[in-house]
Design a protein around this ligand. Structure first.
Ligand code: BMA
Length: 817
């Protein structure tokens, strides 16, 4: 196979005027216009509103390239496009060679007869996806509604494009068009490999890998098929008919090193390469077994991911595209986000159905880091049509993506969509005529998506929707705690207190969340200091939930004393978010094995915004992400107050028994020790146990003047964990004097933090210095100063101690009011 890469410098032409600007491919319309100075950055201020016209126009990407004789000597030459976004006609030297209207399908257009030796021109004309969607809507026999966000492109559900490009309750509306991934001309005379897929058969000391090579043979014949896996090699002759064939070979690895999710073992990857008739392909395999165990039990139906025979408690978050402008995505940013997930002991991410099938980099990084993927298909929060054309497009999409991705060991499950069963009850049209819409839903979901998944990946479970109770169950499983996965949104959308998290026993909670404001650095990218007020128009523009800021503020009044000033407001919103998610996760981890997974909403942002994310658009960890590193730790010490008693729990996700000495100390807010209890305990592997419980009234007569602190003294478990005996706002916190001193530790910069009285949610920020601290948002006791290291991400210039001293901001709870 000969390849001519067409990525690089193109021109972007505005169809209406013929005006052109340089454009990089892979890339998108908006990014090219920003780079050319034609439109302002839509992430700053309220610029997004002024660039909506871009998505309503037609645009062409064009370039010239040179083709050699050698290339044209091959019998077949085709144009391969990984992703054309969205409604595209492709022209070679002025002639239309094909079209596409689904950015999730790899397109291959026959190109040979349109090419000339020497100079050629390619032009890809994109019509407005928004206009195409409106035209389709007008032709539908009945309306097919979708959710609305404050800035919204209508009928997003009628075009096969990243659904959140049209606006979401955390994302801008930027209806980009563009060319993504690889675009190249490919030439061959014998065989083209389309997909390599594998199946593993695990025996006691060996794993046999069956390799299927889906290929296209230009003519019938006998070819050599050679494959290698690790240090194993096989080759054999295969006879292919003209057209599509799927020859197979088998390789056996003895004593395989198994691939494990993060926290359960390592992630060895075996190189697989295949050569056939002049074409070749390679990938990296992880050898492992994975089952989703759904078994009837006393509570209902279990939902457990079992890897290599071990039941895994899934800990993680939901993933959205990491930039609303595709040209700004990068492997480096993916690596930071995914490393941050692994660093916080996550072992699963859910690729959410309003985004996209991600880049190859994304999946290979997940493979390397042991992050399992719950993979939605790209349908979200809407009803969808079930016309013949729509279903045919989806069929091609799902078959392509599943065959493309299925050999990644990280992928754990294919799920039909996000919340589309629930959506049946959201719109007047579907409430009045549920039958019509549920038939359409089923045609699309079971009829097309489910069938394509079953046929293209028999090794994995097809889960119909998130949330759902599994195949064949059409109930809205939103808050069902007997079976299936749950999206628990009562605390955010319904405004219930955090204690509502303690009232449910999800089998697997795949969404729940609470918002906070992003870092000071992120806010500065969109709001100038004069707008640093949460109800300024700019700040409200970067809050896409209509009641978002009110919910944050109202929740402050339940738990905290009202903070003073903008900076404290922002800080406290992050403390509050961390408390919300910690409350839920600690509880649901205590419930194992009834509950076996918690994925909070959401890991990342696609622009700078106030949202449910734990890492903001600049890559900065919000305080929630630091808290996650503690509440997702393999051994978790947690406390809760129930029925007037303080309970101490140890949750052990390791596969072996642990012994711990748990110390519970009750301090007054001045730091005086009032009580100390010590418990010797053993907790089996994969179990959670209450290891002690005491009536609060015995611990202190004045719960508003004291707090409890639990600690195992084992460094691996992290620092201790505080339990307030009444809400923080009712606790008489002392005016602690917290001091910070910048210095060196662990080969880098560090901050020593100490205090004269107990201080809570002690947090360090270094605006302008991208990087993470080794811990943050912790309880600081006078007896235990802490040395917190800074891991800077600023590679080019070294951050000095003076830089850190200048930038450093320290906050703690008592200092906010
Ligand atoms: C969900 C998600 C998203 C949404 C989030 C916050 O249920 O699936 O659609 O952004 O809640 O409202």
């Amino acid at each position: 196979m000969r390849t001519l890469d067409l990525g690089g410098e193109w021109q972007l032409i505005r169809e209406a005027t013929g005006e052109s600007v340089p454009a990089h491919v892979p890339g998108d319309t908006h990014s090219a216009l920003i780079n050319a100075g034609k439109i302002p950055d839509p992430y700053a201020g309220m610029n997004e509103l002024g660039v909506q016209w871009v998505g309503r126009e037609g645009w062409s990407f064009a370039r010239t390239f040179t083709v050699t004789d050698d290339f044209l000597k091959e019998e077949q030459v085709f144009l391969s496009c990984d992703s054309l976004d969205t409604v595209a006609d492709v022209f070679l030297n002025g002639e239309r060679i094909g079209s596409s209207d689904n950015m999730f399908v790899r397109q291959r257009f026959d190109a040979k007869r349109h090419l000339a030796r020497g100079k050629n021109e390619i032009r890809i004309r994109f019509g407005s996806a928004e206009k195409a969607a409106a035209e389709r809507a007008a032709r539908l026999p009945y309306p097919v509604p979708h959710t609305q966000s404050p800035v919204q492109s209508q009928h997003r559900n009628l075009v096969r494009k990243v659904q959140c490009h049209a606006g979401w309750d955390w994302g801008p509306c930027l209806m980009v068009a563009g060319i993504y991934g690889d675009i190249s001309l490919q030439a061959f005379s014998d065989v083209r490999i389309d997909y390599v897929t594998t199946e593993q058969r695990h025996q006691a000391d060996a794993c046999t890998v069956i390799v299927s090579v889906e290929c296209w043979a230009n003519r019938a014949g006998t070819y050599e098929l050679a494959a290698s896996l690790g240090d194993q090699r096989v080759s054999r002759s295969v006879t292919l008919a003209a057209g599509i064939n799927t020859p197979r070979v088998e390789l056996t690895v003895s004593n395989p090193r198994l691939w494990w999710p993060n926290g359960h073992g390592s992630q060895p990857l075996y190189d697989l390469s295949v050569h056939l008739g002049g074409d070749s392909a390679s990938k990296r395999l992880g050898l492992r077994t994975l089952q989703l165990v759904t078994q009837e039990d006393a509570q209902g139906l279990s939902m457990v991911f079992r890897v290599n025979g071990r039941d895994i408690f899934c800990k993680g978050a939901n993933w959205i595209p990491h930039d609303a402008l595709p040209a700004r995505e990068s492997r480096e940013r993916l690596d930071h986000l995914l490393s941050s997930a692994a660093d916080a002991h996550m072992n699963m991410l859910r690729v959410w159905g309003g985004g996209k099938y991600e880049s190859d980099d994304f999946y290979s990084l997940c493979d390397q880091k042991g992050l399992l993927i719950w993979h939605d298909m790209m349908f979200s929060c809407a009803l969808y049509p079930a016309t013949r054309e729509f279903l045919a497009g989806v069929d091609a999409e799902v078959r392509h993506q599943v065959k493309r991705l299925r050999d990644h060991p990280s992928i754990a499950l294919w799920c039909g969509n996000n919340e589309d069963v629930g959506a049946l009850t959201w719109f007047p049209e579907s409430r009045q005529n549920r039958d019509r819409y549920i038939v359409d839903y089923d045609r699309l979901n079971e009829g097309t998506i489910g069938r394509a998944v079953d046929e293209c990946d028999p090794t994995r479970t097809f889960w119909p929707s998130s949330p759902s109770a599994g195949r064949g169950d059409y109930s809205d499983n939103w808050h069902d705690d007997r079976r299936g996965d749950m999206h628990f949104w009562s605390v955010w959308h319904e405004g219930k207190p955090f204690s509502a998290f303690l009232e449910v026993t999800p089998r697997f909670c795949s969404e729940f969340g609470f918002q906070s404001f992003p870092s000071r650095d992120a806010i500065r990218t969109y709001a100038s200091p004069k707008d640093h007020n949460v109800t300024s128009p700019v700040m409200e523009h970067h809050q896409r939930h209509p009641r978002g800021n009110s919910i944050i503020t109202e929740m402050f009044t339940r738990y905290f004393r009202v903070p003073q000033g903008f900076d404290n407001f922002v800080y406290l919103s992050q403390v509050q978010q961390a408390l919300a998610i910690r409350t839920a996760v600690e509880h649901w981890r205590r419930l194992r094995p009834a509950c076996m997974g918690t994925l909070y909403w959401q890991l990342n942002d696609n622009w700078p915004v106030c949202s449910w994310s734990s890492i903001d658009y600049t890559g900065a960890w919000k305080l929630l992400h630091y808290a996650a590193r503690r509440f997702f730790a393999p051994v978790l010490v947690s406390g809760r107050i129930a029925a007037g008693r303080l309970e101490a729990w140890i949750t052990n996700d390791l596969d072996r028994e642990i012994r711990r000495t748990l110390t519970l100390t009750v301090f007054d807010f001045g730091g005086q020790e009032l009580q100390r209890k010590t418990v010797e305990t053993k907790v089996p592997g994969g179990a959670s146990q209450m290891v002690g419980s005491w009536p609060v009234s015995e611990l202190t007569p004045e719960p508003s003047e004291a707090f409890a602190y639990m600690d195992t003294g084992d460094a691996a478990d992290g620092v201790g964990s505080e339990v307030f005996l009444v809400e923080p706002k009712r606790s008489e916190l002392a005016d602690a004097r917290v001091s910070v001193e910048c210095g060196q530790a662990g080969g880098g910069l560090a901050v020593t933090v100490s205090t004269d009285k107990p201080a809570f949610a002690v947090s360090l920020f270094a605006p302008g210095i991208p990087g993470e601290f080794s811990d943050n948002c912790f309880t600081l006791l006078p007896s235990s100063p802490r040395v917190i290291e800074l891991r800077s991400r600023r590679e080019m210039e070294k951050v000095t101690r003076e830089d850190l001293e200048q930038a450093l901001v320290m906050k703690h709870l008592r200092a906010t009011y």
